[in-house]
Design a protein around this ligand. Structure first.
Ligand SMILES: Nc1ncnc2c1ncn2[C@@H]1O[C@H](COP(=O)(O)OP(=O)(O)OP(=O)(O)O)[C@@H](O)[C@H]1O
Ligand SMILES: [Mg+2]
Length: 263
């Protein structure tokens, strides 16, 4: 039993370099982060700072250059059934129905056909889209596509849910409704959530702790605990003074991380 026991993510001095067109580029510089199993953590940071790269490393899709990275005590590998990864582009297959898209995650795990169908329908019911099980991507609104994508990620009941700007493609109002829906869904979820977002309110609503990444090469510029009581409401919580105070604190750090290039 190692020191990583009880940790979903254990990142120690994680450094990551990529080969750019003009030679090696430093992306992550000594990222130190421990996420307890069951904890909800959100990352905000300037565009291009390395948030997606860090998430990809956690998902085993990107190799770190140096340092240590463990997920549930092990070096991450791609296609780990314990990990569910949802991105901002819904990436639904257009030639499959909503149900077919949700079943895809179960096919990858070798779940038998009859069980796949049942579980896919349960997952679609959770996002209120059971009536759309036989509908193709082209006939779904962007918000519905995101809900199918969420069902596809949750259907395997992953222990670690990685969300990379899951609602970035949605308009501001639909996004708030999706945040509300996600929080309701997570009410019956026992795993860990690791969210990357540009939306500070989304980070505060969802997370127990918000991490601010510095500009590239990214390290952790600040960590902010979110002591707001749960359940929180995407519609109502944002207008409270406590919420506003945390928002200002995060924004003041984040705005310091923008470089001349960003402005
Ligand atoms: N193959 C590559 N070679 C070199 N640099 C790359 C490569 N892929 C990405 N990068 C650089 O890595 C940096 C981090 O990218 P990443 O996608 O992690 O940023 P991000 O924080 O997720 O940004 P955003 O908020 O815009 O999604 C960027 O500056 C990008 O230009
Ligand atoms: Mg990104």
């Amino acid at each position: 039993m190692g020191p990583s026991l009880g940790l979903a993510i254990d990142a120690e001095n994680v450094c990551l370099w990529l080969n750019g067109s003009k030679g090696p580029v430093e992306i992550l510089k000594k990222v130190n982060l421990r996420v307890r199993a069951g904890e909800y953590v959100a990352i905000v940071g300037p565009s291009g700072s390395g948030k997606t790269m860090f998430l990809s490393a956690v998902a085993g899709l990107e190799k770190i250059t140096s340092g240590g990275l463990k997920v549930f005590g092990k070096t991450p590998v791609p296609e780990d059934p314990k990990i569910g990864f949802a991105m901002s582009r819904d990436a639904l297959l257009p030639w499959r129905t909503a149900r077919g898209n949700v079943e895809l995650s179960l096919e990858a795990l070798g779940v038998p056909a009859s069980e796949r169908r049942m579980r896919a329908e349960q997952a679609l019911a959770q996002v209120d889209l059971l009536a759309y099980a036989d509908v193709y991507r082209a006939q779904l609104s962007q918000g519905m596509r995101q809900r199918v994508a969420l069902a596809r990620t949750l259907v395997t009941n992953p222990s670690l849910l990685l969300l990379d700007e899951p609602f970035a493609a949605l308009d501001a109002q639909t996004r708030i409704l999706m945040q509300e829906r996600l929080m309701k869904l997570l009410g019956s979820y026992e795993g860990t959530v690791f969210l990357v977002t540009h939306d500070i309110s989304e980070a505060i609503l969802l997370a127990d702790r918000v991490i601010v990444f510095s500009h590239r090469p990214a390290s952790i510029a600040k960590e902010i605990q979110i002591p707001l009581p749960r359940p929180r409401s995407a519609v109502h919580s944002r207008s409270t003074p406590e919420f506003q105070k945390i928002y200002e604190e995060i924004w003041s750090q984040l705005s310091r991380e923008f470089t001349a290039e960003d402005l």
